[in-house]
Design a protein around this ligand. Structure first.
Ligand code: HPA
Length: 268
């Protein structure tokens, strides 16, 4: 199933040999516009592919180029709060693996857990805490992709983070490293949860990314993770977070992120 879907996508999108994939988070779809020579397929036209039901997520797979680098772009992701089985996220990552992907850039919108990390800034994910307690690798393990018990010591490899910091510095973009906490959602947190997550060592909180990262690390795809901070976590400020605020703030920071990722891909 995975192999035949990969083959179908390869033909439909006229794919050659993309080594890089990118997953675009809420409000960050603008990156798709910088891709050149694109071919596109809607998720609904890919048999067995899950659908993305959240506003701000388009639901299409794009093959395009940044300079001479062929890139696969998932414009719209799958969240566990939509009711997806976590395994479908592993299936999507395995399809990318079958298509030859070696490195994956994962972006998301996240809430800040500390006052120094301001809305519209970008956080480079150095590690995560899987507070969703769900896992895309549950079920029988396919040893062809990776081991039953993968280690996550180095889920966000230093060499990819160093390169990203170097480019951010050149562009004058502030880039703080931090720990991403994944919750299931779809509700935003209570103030007590935000305080607890901060005490547990997290810097930002969101409802995505971790399943993709676990599946990617399992099948030896190297990951770079970037969070656009869209709001302060509940209780850090008076006004409650909202999805509209998430989209608006992500759009505001989007240009900065797009430029960063574009240069990054050129140098990968
Ligand atoms: N909490 C969880 N997920 C989020 C947030 C938040 O405050 N902001 C954007 N995604």
């Amino acid at each position: 199933m995975i192999k035949s879907t990969a083959q179908y996508i390869k033909q439909k999108l006229n794919i050659d040999s993309p080594k890089i994939a990118i997953i675009l988070g809420s409000g960050l779809g603008g990156f798709a516009d910088v891709l050149e020579n694109i071919t596109t397929i809607s998720y609904k036209d890919i048999e067995g592919f899950p659908q993305s039901s959240v506003s701000g997520h388009k639901g299409e797979l794009i093959r395009g180029f940044v300079g001479d680098k062929e890139v696969l772009c998932l414009n719209g992701r799958f969240h566990l709060y939509e009711g997806h089985n976590p395994k479908v996220i592993a299936d999507v990552v395995h399809i990318l693996k079958e298509l030859g992907v070696e490195k994956m850039i994962i972006t998301n919108a996240a809430g800040s857990l500390k006052t120094e990390l301001k809305p519209s800034s970008i956080m480079l994910i150095k590690d995560h805490i899987n507070f969703s307690c769900k896992n895309p690798l549950i079920g029988s393990n396919d040893d062809m992709y990776g081991p039953r018990f993968p280690a996550l010591n180095n889920a966000y490899p230093q060499y990819l983070r160093d390169k990203c910091k170097e480019i951010a510095k050149k562009q004058g973009v502030g880039l703080e490293e931090g720990v991403y906490m994944m919750v299931l959602g779809p509700n935003f947190e209570t103030p007590a949860e935000i305080k607890a997550f901060s005490l547990l060592g997290a810097d930002a909180v969101g409802m995505s990314t971790v399943p993709e990262v676990i599946a990617a690390v399992h099948c030896s795809i190297d990951v770079l993770g970037l969070s656009v901070i869209t709001n302060y976590g509940a209780g850090l400020v008076d006004n409650p977070p909202s999805h509209q605020e998430t989209i608006t703030e992500a759009n505001k920071a989007s240009q900065k992120l797009v430029e960063l990722v574009k240069e990054y891909i050129k140098e990968l």
